[in-house]
Design a protein around this ligand. Structure first.
Ligand code: TRP
Length: 335
């Protein structure tokens, strides 16, 4: 039997610059997978970005270039990954309309990720229909390309589950057309915020951005929550729930040294400033090369837009092919 080709697809909403949570949750996997797959796609999800920014299209437009720069600066390579804009592939919208009939309102309202986001944005019953339905359009984002491996952060898992339900229903109604998709979460599926909050998020105001300057990184780390009872250097400190140590565990490659520092902190005799300074250096070592490359790329925005233009052209070829098969399966292939 022939092995199924490995087709990777992932995307970002262009609603703000990307942060360390995106980096450890999915960007690192994108970079790795572009070398290990048969095909790889990266999508700017501008239509999805508009689902909760309908009155502010300029925000979405302005952030298209920002998220592309973030990804390119981290090492996404347009020679290996087809980078494209969602709205410029209208077949995705067409596929979304077809999928809308395969999902109930009750199911949409049950999606825990959407529920959380609705709560955070204070939508209640006044949620825009497009927002509630974004998992359906996300199914179309993935399935038009026949992608089967999706690198995402942990928060996206309920969306992927819904995509697979759509695959099942579609195949049951219209014959075997799509295959199920798998998710891949990073080593740190969910990064806590610099305020110790459960999740780093741009709307939560607790993020360190991949484009932050050393000065911004320093200020943010210096304000991090450690152990409120660790007042004097000689006091015994707690490492559990201590944001600085949580970050060192994730980002510091010298695990042995981090272990030693933890012991010293617990026994007393290690000041917060020492560990914060260490974390600043660790983060700057990660972000500095990204920031530098980002600044370089930002000098030529036309070149960046050309990458998207070429990628979109390629993505559309796959989309047209899939839609032809879908139309046939639905018996709407009239002429
Ligand atoms: N919903 C994703 C996010 O908020 C972005 C996204 C849109 C996506 N379409 C996708 C991710 C398809 C993976 C595959 O981060």
């Amino acid at each position: 039997m022939l092995k199924e080709p490995k087709i990777v697809l992932t995307g970002d909403r262009p609603t703000g610059k990307l942060h360390l949570g995106h980096f450890v949750g999915s960007i690192k996997n994108r970079i790795k997978l572009q070398n290990e797959s048969d095909k790889s796609f990266y999508m700017i999800a501008d239509i999805q970005g508009l689902t909760d920014n309908a009155s502010n299209p300029q925000k979405v437009r302005d952030n298209v270039i920002e998220v592309v720069l973030d990804n390119l600066a981290c090492g996404l390579d347009p020679k290996k990954t087809t980078m494209f804009i969602q709205s410029e592939v209208p077949e995705i919208a067409e596929l979304t309309v077809i999928f809308l009939n395969l999902v109930t309102l009750a199911r949409l309202k049950r999606n825990p990720t959407v529920k959380d986001e609705m709560k955070q944005k204070g939508f209640g019953e006044d949620v825009p229909a497009g927002f509630l339905c974004y998992p359906i359009s996300q199914a179309a984002d993935i399935l038009f390309a026949r992608a089967n491996l999706i690198p995402v952060g942990e928060d996206q898992l309920p969306v992927i589950e819904q995509v697979n339900e759509i695959v099942d229903t579609f195949n049951r109604f219209y014959g075997e057309t799509f295959t199920k998709v798998k998710h891949l979460v990073g080593d740190t599926p969910r990064l806590i915020g610099i305020d110790g909050g459960v999740k780093m998020g741009k709307s939560l105001n607790n993020a360190i951005y991949l484009s932050d300057s050393l000065d911004q990184i320093s200020k943010k780390v210096m304000n991090m929550y450690t152990d409120p009872n660790h007042i004097h250097v000689e006091d015994k400190g707690q490492v559990e729930g201590n944001v600085v140590f949580t970050y060192l565990d994730i980002f510091d490659s010298d695990k042995e040294e981090v272990f030693k520092l933890k012991e010293q902190y617990k026994n007393g005799g290690l000041g917060d400033v020492v560990i914060k300074k260490r974390l600043i250096k660790v983060l700057e070592d990660i972000i500095n090369p990204i920031r530098t490359k980002r600044e370089e790329l930002a000098k030529n925005p036309e070149e960046v837009m050309n990458i998207l233009k070429e990628g979109t052209r390629k993505a559309r070829i796959s989309a047209k092919k899939t839609l032809k098969e879908v139309r046939k399966a639905l018996k709407i292939d009239y002429f």
